[in-house]
Design a protein around this ligand. Structure first.
Ligand code: ADP
Ligand code: ZN
Length: 750
């Protein structure tokens, strides 16, 4: 008998995914555990690959067993609870073992493959990381007159020191900084990124005093911090002070000697949340989101794993933070689609959170002004607890909202993207020294190039979407694959006719704003301006400090932000979202509009909002304008029930990607047939297969995309059926023709 380990090895694909058996060499006996990270030989050439041990066994030796090369120390192993999550992901999402492992441990955390004396070994990953930090010791002298970049650097650094990478994100390059150092205008020092992150001094937090409404909700929720698993929804209108309630619950959790996880939907919402948490809870707050550099992320991960953090805040993947003794998990803006992973493993943060809350005896708190229909249904039907904050804090009224008819605007001769009404309101806000936020969910300058002869729209060669004109770089860009054409053509590639550029994106609206309000200070927030690390946080900080009058941006300006001087919100170009596919499209529009409108008038001065549309009678827009969630919910739940959508069933999307269109379509049809045949053997199990049909974007990166929509009931039986159909699909050699992924939208994530 020998000691063996069942290992999930990196790099397997679905069709030959399994656990591999390895023998433990004598030197590693007693040093390898379930959850250990190991390095193993793989394939004919016995190349070194990373792996994680799922299970240890005693079994009869087999000459085919290879020996593990190396194992990381015990201190770095995954806890039993995280190993359970790996199994959970594998079982629920049909991902590969290692995909599940990678979701739980970020790649390169702690150990990576290396060689020593010609032997493959595990080497320590990240340890520390230093960076240059620049400080402005005194205001710049007026003479000699500083250059534009110098003045920008000085104005940014006036708030406090910044690192080279933060400054680079704002377009201030190393030579500019070094030049200023040489002249004695700036000073430079090395900082340790890990300690710098957690030790940045912050203004102390104002002590929190809850209003009577908030206090009542807090007490109800605090009673659920009793060591048993609970789930609750906090439904509170925008500006009702949900964050304040979280802060008090977090405090209570830490007092109980327990830890907490706070999830936010996107990095855009993280800076304000992190700031608030750091003000209240100091350096024991760790951050996990994808905009951190790999190094920062791993440093913080290690900090969490070694017990150095009490609160972890981050985006979806932070749900896997290696915290122990969790007492509270908060999912803020819980309806956001970003909580659902769009690559394997395709999990939703809710289901993982629910799993972890059960394992830890924690309270899972979902919060939103516009909860998802599924979650609100769960609350209505008593499956989870419901708490409501129906009023804004301090009696501040909700903003007054007006729908502006853009058809009337066009027929009266205004072909720009800004209606007369919006121009007036913007002017009024500028005159009053107040700030405005404009939402336009399309970046770039002009969004379509159409041929005036043949009527053809210029599309990406690899993707079935129009190319978008970006004026600053004079290029056409595909927002799906990044393919660009430079310079932007004037002639149609199909017939040589003249191309006409139309539609408007954030760059173009920025230009119209500059023309209309030459003195206004305009901040554009989209992927093009915030792509670089930290840029987002710094720009929001500058808006908060009053350095801008108007913030114009995509989704990232719509949610979670809390600026007291914002009293006007404008929604531009929402119409195309009204006609989007998918059973959640109404909910998405309702939520987006309600959220962005909710950024207005959150403090002393009442706010207002304008929604520009060509369909001012649209029921979803009208309800969003009225900010009437209950009415929206009643309408939406009736629609879901009638058409059989979640929460009345689970939807499993089977997604097929392939090089050749007919093969992809045929593979999708075959999978449907296989599944139907298997399902016929289990009469009574609800299952309905729709399709195949092309996906909303039918081609990306030269790969065709088809889908089957499977309406079913989540559970063991259905999963067994799907697993059998997947096996049959692979056995028939179809996986080579079209890759297949399953994507669940469940009736019961909670
Ligand atoms: P929500 O997350 O529900 O949209 P916030 O928690 O951001 O709302 O609160 C909205 C605004 O009201 C914030 O500026 C917040 O500081 C303020 N506020 C809410 N409750 C209180 C309170 N109890 N004391 C002081 N300020 C509060
Ligand atoms: Zn493309």
């Amino acid at each position: 008998m020998v000691q063996t380990a069942q290992v999930a090895v990196s790099g397997a694909n679905f069709s030959f995914d399994r656990l591999y058996t390895y023998r433990l060499p004598a030197a590693l006996c007693g040093r390898v555990f379930p959850g250990s990270m190991v390095l193993v030989p793989f394939g004919r050439a016995s190349r070194a690959r990373m792996g994680v041990v799922l299970e240890l066994r005693e079994e009869k030796d087999d000459p085919r067993f290879k020996e593990i090369y190396d194992a990381a120390p015990e201190s770095s192993r995954l806890t039993g609870e995280l190993m359970e999550l790996v199994r959970f992901l594998k079982e629920r999402t049909f991902c590969t073992w290692y995909e599940a492992v990678k979701a739980v441990i970020p790649y390169g955390a702690q150990y990576k493959a290396g060689t020593e004396n010609g032997r493959p070994v595990l080497k320590k990953g990240i340890t520390r990381h230093t960076e240059d930090e620049y400080t402005l010791p005194a205001p710049l002298p007026e003479k000699p007159k500083p250059g534009k970049k110098q003045a920008l650097a000085a104005s940014v650094l006036a708030d406090g020191p910044k690192t080279a990478s933060q400054l680079a994100a704002l377009g201030i390059s190393r030579p500019v900084l070094e030049n200023m150092c040489a002249k004695g205008l700036l000073t430079r020092r090395k900082v340790d990124r890990a300690t710098e992150l957690s030790a940045r001094p912050l203004p102390p937090a104002q002590p929190v005093e809850l209003s009577a409404d908030q206090q009542a909700v807090y007490e109800g929720l605090a009673a659920l911090l009793d060591g048993k698993a609970h789930a609750a929804l906090l439904h509170g209108v925008t500006g009702s002070g949900k964050t304040l309630v979280f802060l008090q619950l977090l405090r209570r959790t830490l007092e109980q000697g327990r830890k907490a996880l706070v999830l936010v939907p996107e990095i855009g919402l993280t800076p304000q949340m992190i700031l608030r948490l750091r003000q209240h809870f100091g350096s024991r707050v760790a951050v996990q989101h994808s905009a951190l550099s790999n190094t920062e992320r791993l440093l913080q991960w290690n900090e969490i794993q070694s017990g150095g953090a009490d609160i972890v805040v981050g985006t979806r993947s932070a749900i896997f933070a290696p915290l122990e003794n969790i007492g509270l998990i908060v999912i803020d803006e819980e309806q956001e689609h970003t909580y659902h992973s769009e690559s394997s493993p395709r999990y939703s943060a809710h289901e993982v959170a629910s799993q972890r809350a059960a394992a830890h005896g924690a309270l899972l708190l979902l919060a939103s002004a516009t909860p998802s229909t599924e979650t609100y249904y769960a609350a209505q039907s008593g499956r989870i607890r419901l708490f409501e904050l129906p009023r804004r804090y301090a009696g501040t009224p909700l903003p007054s909202v007006r729908l502006v008819d853009m058809r009337a605007e066009l027929s009266s001769g205004n072909a720009t993207s800004l209606s007369a009404a919006l121009r007036e309101e913007l002017a009024a806000n500028l005159a009053a020294g107040q700030q405005s936020i404009l939402l336009l969910n399309r970046r770039g300058y002009q969004t379509v190039a159409m041929c005036t002869e043949c009527g053809e729209v210029l599309k990406c060669t690899g993707c079935s979407v129009p190319m978008v004109y970006h004026k600053a770089e004079e290029k056409l860009l595909c927002h799906y694959c990044g393919h660009s054409i430079h310079p932007a053509p004037a002639q149609c590639p199909a017939c040589g006719g003249r191309l006409r550029y139309t539609g408007f994106g954030t760059q173009r609206v920025e230009e119209e704003l500059e023309e209309a309000f030459p003195s206004a200070r305009i901040l554009r927030m989209d992927l093009d301006t915030t792509g670089k690390k930290d840029a987002h946080e710094i720009l929001l900080g500058r808006f908060a400090a009053g350095e801008y009058d108007i913030m114009l941006g995509t989704q990232m300006v719509a949610k979670g932000l809390d600026f007291e001087k914002v009293t006007l919100v404008g929604v531009l170009g929402i119409d195309q979202m009204l006609f989007a596919q998918g059973f959640r499209s109404c909910e998405t529009v309702f939520s987006l509009v309600t959220q962005v409108v909710g950024r207005s008038g959150r403090a002393a001065t009442p706010g207002r909002a304008l929604i520009q549309t060509v369909d001012p009678d649209n029921p979803v827009l009208c309800l969003a304008a009225a900010q009437d969630y209950p009415a929206f919910y009643r309408q939406e739940i009736a629609f879901r029930r009638l058409n059989l959508y979640p929460p009345f069933c689970t939807i499993c999307m089977a997604l097929f990607h392939g090089e050749k269109e007919h093969e992809t379509l045929a593979a999708a049809a075959r999978f449907g047939a296989l599944l139907a045949r298997l399902a016929a053997k289990t009469p009574g199990l609800p299952l309905r297969i729709l399709g195949p049909a092309p996906m909303a974007v039918a081609m990306v990166n030269g790969r065709y995309r088809y889908k089957l929509t499977i309406k079913c009931r989540a559970g063991k039986q259905t999963r067994a059926l799907l697993a059998a159909a997947l096996d049959a699909y692979t056995n028939e050699g179809l996986a080579g023709k079209a890759s297949l992924a399953l994507d669940f939208h469940s009736d019961a994530d909670l």
